[in-house]
Each structure stands twice: as structure tokens, then as C-alpha cells.
Design a protein around this ligand. Structure first.
Ligand SMILES: O=C(O)c1cc(=O)[nH]c(=O)n1[C@@H]1O[C@H](COP(=O)(O)O)[C@@H](O)[C@H]1O
Length: 234
């Protein structure tokens, strides 16, 4: 277990707006503190108010906007994000070391920052054909992880399949947040590099992000509790 290992699965709140969020959260006990991820769909629909609402209920928030632009623009955006009071946010490592360190500057120490390496929806074949990167996918992820560390960020977003090698190439404290988590038998959908919650824990992931297996379940609370138990049981 790493220094920053989080015992709650982070729930990807990929909903269309505030009403859907309220309806989902109302299913949980009022005092259950969750770790929620606000992604592009929800943030573009509901704006900063959605973050304020979640924080007012006592939840932790990962703002997943995957910034990727010129260094100055990303820094300016981070100066705005730092006032939202989120616990974690991200950029794309492909934006470069200068962009990542400017992002860090913009946050001024208020929020932990991590960088996406290769999306969990990308296969090695797609990376070769589309991005024209001819190394193995693992090598590409490790390359981005090292550059992310060089820029001074706290860690990366990767698939659980790469965690052991990233920790080896960086440090055991370098955060590996892993989406692409599927309990046995769950629909994989558009994800390509997947692992189960217990496999992710065993291999050293610090955070798992789980969306549809919870949000689309017929009983979301019991799906969440089951995944939480599997993730935290080792
Ligand atoms: O940064 C992310 O959170 C992210 C990175 C990545 O490589 N893959 C990935 O799936 N995600 C996010 O993690 C969530 C996964 O959702 P499910 O596939 O429904 O479990 C989505 O909200 C994605 O936007």
C-alpha cells in the first residue's frame, strides 16, 4: 500500500447534469463520504456549481478535465481551478514538461496534479497506427510517467496493467490512478486495458476510478459497496 492509497473507489460521475447527480447521490446514506470524479460531460453541463455542491456534502472531488494546450493557457486555467477547492485534477502528459510545470504553478500547491499517460481506451495497435509511436505501449506509458515526475507532478493516470513498472521507474510514492476497472463479468465497453479491483490493488494502484459498473448498475449502492470491498480487502 502506497503513501497515498485511497480505500474508496473514485466514482466517475459521468452524468448529464445536476438532477442526475442529485438522484444518484440520494441513494447513498447521508453521511457516506464518497470520492467523486467530475469529468467533461458533467462539468460542461453544470459548471463549477457541481463541484461546490459535492464539496458542500463533504465528498472528495477529482476534477478530470484532462487539460492539454499551450503552457500559458493551461496555467491560466489552473489558476481558476485552484479556487474550486478540488482535491485532485489532471492534464495530458503529451502536452509536455513545460506545460505540466506551468499547470503546477497555476495550482500553487492547492490541489494534487496528475497526468494522463496513454488513455485506457487505447490499445497498443491503435497507438502504433494512429499516434505513430512505434515503441511498446508500456514503454510509452513509462516514458510519460518519467516526464511527469520530472515536471514535479504527484503521479499519473494509467491502466493498472502498467502500475508495477511505473513504480519501478519512478518511486513507490508516485501516484498511479487507474481507470479501466471492471469487476469479473462486467461489460468492458470502450475500455481496452482493464483489470479487476482486486488485481489493481494487488499490483499497487493507489486509486481506482469506476464509472459505468456503478452508475449503470440496477442497484448502484450495492455495486459500489461490492467494488469497494473487493478493492480494499487486501
Ligand atoms: O482521466 C481519467 O479519469 C480517465 C483516463 C483514462 O485513461 N481512462 C478513463 O477511462 N478515464 C476516465 O475514467 C472513467 C471510466 O469510466 P468507466 O469506463 O465507465 O468505468 C471515465 O470517466 C473516463 O473519462
Amino acid at each position: 500500500m502506497g503513501k497515498y492509497t485511497e480505500n474508496r473507489p473514485v466514482i466517475a460521475m459521468d452524468f448529464a447534469g445536476m438532477d442526475e447527480v442529485k438522484s444518484f447521490l440520494s441513494k447513498f446514506e447521508i453521511d457516506e463520504q464518497l470520492y467523486l470524479k467530475v469529468g467533461m460531460e458533467l462539468f460542461y453541463a453544470a459548471g463549477p456549481d457541481i463541484v461546490k455542491y459535492m464539496k458542500s456534502l463533504g465528498h472528495d472531488v477529482f476534477l478530470d478535465l484532462k487539460l492539454h494546450d499551450i503552457p500559458n493557457t493551461v496555467k491560466s486555467a489552473m489558476k481558476v481551478i485552484r479556487h474550486l477547492g478540488v482535491d485532485l485534477t489532471n492534464v495530458h502528459a503529451a502536452g509536455g514538461v513545460e506545460m505540466m510545470s506551468e499547470a503546477l504553478d497555476g495550482l500553487a500547491g492547492t490541489t494534487q496534479l496528475i497526468a494522463v499517460t496513454q488513455l485506457t481506451s487505447t490499445s497498443e495497435q491503435q497507438m502504433h497506427d494512429f499516434q505513430n509511436i512505434q515503441s511498446s505501449l508500456t514503454d510509452s506509458v513509462i516514458h510519460y510517467a518519467k516526464k511527469t515526475q520530472e515536471a514535479g507532478l504527484a503521479g499519473v493516470v494509467c491502466s493498472a496493467q502498467e502500475v508495477a513498472m511505473i513504480k519501478q521507474a519512478t518511486t513507490s510514492e508516485f501516484i498511479c490512478l487507474t481507470p479501466g476497472i471492471r469487476p469479473l463479468g462486467a461489460a468492458v465497453g470502450d475500455q481496452k486495458r482493464v483489470m479487476t479491483p482486486s488485481q489493481a490493488r494487488a499490483i499497487g494502484s493507489d486509486f481506482i476510478v469506476v464509472g459505468r459498473p456503478i452508475t449503470q448498475a440496477s442497484e448502484p449502492v450495492s455495486a459500489y459497496q461490492k467494488i469497494r470491498k473487493e478493492w480494499a480487502s487486501l
